[in-house]
Design a protein around this ligand. Structure first.
Ligand SMILES: C[S@@+](CC[C@H](N)C(=O)[O-])C[C@H]1O[C@@H](n2cnc3c(N)ncnc32)[C@H](O)[C@@H]1O
Length: 332
């Protein structure tokens, strides 16, 4: 085929794309990257250490080499730098729990044609159900994505030296922002609003980080809970806007404007789409996930955030790319 002719390779890779999710999720579920990191480097030894078959270990190793997550030389395998940084168990940045979680979601994609036809989930919208067990796995798995973002936001906002600040995290999940920010600033205090079972996970994790004495939780629904008035210097709304529609986001932003002190900052973090809907790829693709799981959610454009925030009373809005697929928004 001449260089100018389209080739089918990329489309075939997309058709078989679910294999990447399966191989990565399976390797993560058997802690393969962790064993490799500890120097266990052949199929036989990995099979023994992970308690899996030699044939299975070899198939996983071949798949991982194909996915360029590990390297092989003279029959000895090792992690790439990327796998060492993001797939070894126990690291705060480990995406392995997320890989296992998403592998478990693959079956739900069979419902996408119906969701596309109907304009939403055929049965229950996962994200709108309080106390949904979905959250319990998700919030702990997603925390690794928020770790670098929380650190970047802290740097940009000068949080470490900001003194006695008060933080409100709406839908805080694992408490990842509070954990990192309270760790950086010993005078800061944080309040998290979330469902009760999720708040207990956050309290457990922040106790382990030694900052729980400055961390309060409020159990409730973010659409209706009392957020207070003029009580906070910072509010966080991370990975929530994509599950909500325009009206709900605008209403929460207006309540957060009132909850903040004058000059306080609302920090939004989400997968945000360019105004012409031409990119970035991850945010564009994630819209399908929200179609499948929510009644009103989507990945929203910068222009949407700017319009909703202006309507809610914020007059200074800035966007900051991060090394994750998400963008930070600061609104004052
Ligand atoms: C995708 S997670 C994001 C967690 C965290 N903010 C982060 O960025 O890592 C969404 C969080 O919002 C919470 N949540 C979703 N809908 C909610 C609602 N209506 N009221 C309170 N919390 C809600 C979920 O329990 C979950 O902790």
């Amino acid at each position: 085929m001449s260089g100018d002719q389209p080739a089918p390779d990329r489309i075939l890779q997309l058709i078989f794309g679910y294999w990447a999710t399966g191989i990565l999720g399976t390797a993560a579920s058997h802690s393969l990257f962790t064993h490799l990191e500890h120097g266990v480097d052949t199929a036989d030894r990995l099979a023994d250490r992970a308690g899996i078959s030699v044939r299975g270990a070899q198939a996983l190793l071949d798949g991982l080499v194909g996915l360029e997550l590990i390297e092989v030389r003279d029959g000895s395998y090792r992690n790439t730098a990327e796998a060492s940084a993001f797939l070894v168990d126990g690291l705060p940045t480990s995406l392995s729990p997320f890989a296992v979680l998403k592998m478990g979601h693959m079956g739900s994609l069979a419902g996408l044609p119906d969701a596309v036809r109907a304009g939403g989930p055929a049965t229950v919208a996962t994200v709108e159900v309080a106390d949904n067990p979905h959250w319990e796995g998700l919030v702990q798995a997603i925390a690794a994505q928020s770790v670098p973002v929380a650190a970047i936001a802290a740097g940009l906002l000068g949080l470490a030296g900001a003194g006695e600040i008060s933080i409100l995290d709406v839908g805080g999940g694992s408490g990842v922002y509070s954990g990192i920010w309270l760790g950086l600033n010993p005078l800061a205090r944080a309040t998290q609003l979330d469902w009760a079972p999720i708040n207990s996970i956050a309290r457990r994790l922040l106790t382990a980080r030694g900052v729980a004495d400055r961390f309060t939780t409020v159990d409730g629904d973010l659409h209706t809970a009392d957020l207070g008035t003029g009580a906070y210097d910072l509010a966080v709304y991370s990975h929530i806007a994509h599950q909500e529609g325009a009206e709900a986001n605008t209403a929460v932003f207006a309540r957060l404007r009132s909850a903040l002190r004058p000059g306080g900052t609302l920090v939004i973090n989400d997968y945000i789409v360019d105004d012409d809907r031409g990119g970035p790829p991850f945010a564009l693709t994630f819209a399908g996930e929200m179609l499948l799981k929510s009644k009103q959610g989507a990945t929203w454009r910068r222009a949407d955030y700017a319009a909703w925030l202006a309507k809610a009373g914020f007059d200074d809005v800035t966007f900051h790319p991060t090394p994750s697929p998400a963008t930070l928004v600061f609104a004052r």
